[in-house]
Design a protein around this ligand. Structure first.
Ligand code: ZN
Length: 252
């Protein structure tokens, strides 16, 4: 998940065997979408395969039961082929929630390969995206993203949705370069500064603290003294801003 989307994505439940992770993405429209990543077990005809797959599918059903539109994606370890037992189970579970695979968006002349193991000479279409039927119209494109930078034996697939997601975050102090200035007292009219500071200091209220001495513990006195101090600093700062030249400092 991109950092710029972190404020839009809420991580939800995790499957017991660690094969599934759910979350919700909030679109600009305010609509929430379930996003579920999956890594299904490798297909075989053992009991443990069907147990593990069932665990994944019931996790998906739990997630989909919140009624939100959904995108499920990842390594399902099966081709979306009705003759495959794994796919059949998955289809039976997800179709009840109107969630279907969208392999056909990938333009590959029916010859899509997302898993390629050169040493084992295996290649197959094992990675898929499943979406709610109402989301299909939002898919703009789908493509394999096979680059030399990818060291995995799986090839990433990229689906683009026409969703509005404003990623801008508030600029933080760390991101904003603070401009530094240097006061040039030597190039300023000091008489003007004295006039300004005299004027500003005359406007500062002197706290009316009677019966106060060095051992005083009265918190209202502390507050008044702090306020008095801050007003004096502000008065002097304001006078300097008015009368003293500043030049930006360049740090390299
Ligand atoms: Zn006091």
């Amino acid at each position: 998940m991109r950092k710029t989307l972190s404020h839009r994505f809420k991580i939800g439940a995790k499957g017991a065997t660690g094969r599934c992770l759910a979350g919700t993405l909030t679109l600009d429209s305010g609509k929430d979408v379930n996003i579920v990543t999956v890594y299904f077990p490798c297909y075989n005809d053992s009991i443990s395969y069907s147990n593990e797959l069932s665990e994944c599918l019931s996790f998906l059903e739990d997630t989909l039961s919140n009624g939100l539109l959904s995108v499920i994606l990842g390594d399902t370890n099966f081709p979306c082929d009705v003759n495959n037992e794994g796919f059949k189970h998955c289809y039976n579970a997800l179709s009840r929630y109107s969630v279907f695979h969208c392999d056909e968006f990938i333009n590959s002349n029916g010859n899509c390969v997302t898993y390629c193991n050169y040493s084992l000479k295996h290649s197959s279409f094992l990675d898929h995206v499943f979406v709610s039927i109402a989301i299909r119209q939002d898919i703009v494109s789908a493509e394999l993203h096979d680059t030399g930078l990818n060291l995995s034996d799986h090839i990433p697939i990229i689906y683009t949705f026409q969703w509005s997601l404003n990623c801008s975050t508030k600029r933080t102090a760390a991101q904003t370069k603070v401009k530094q200035y240097s006061w040039r007292w030597d190039k300023s009219d000091l008489n003007f500064y004295y006039q300004c500071s005299n004027h500003n200091l005359n406007l500062v209220n002197i706290p009316a603290i009677l019966n106060c001495d060095i051992n005083c513990n009265d918190s209202s006195h502390f507050d008044s003294i702090n306020m008095y101090y801050e007003n004096i600093v502000a008065a002097l700062h304001c006078a300097a801003s008015t009368a003293v030249h500043r030049i930006p400092v360049q740090y390299t």
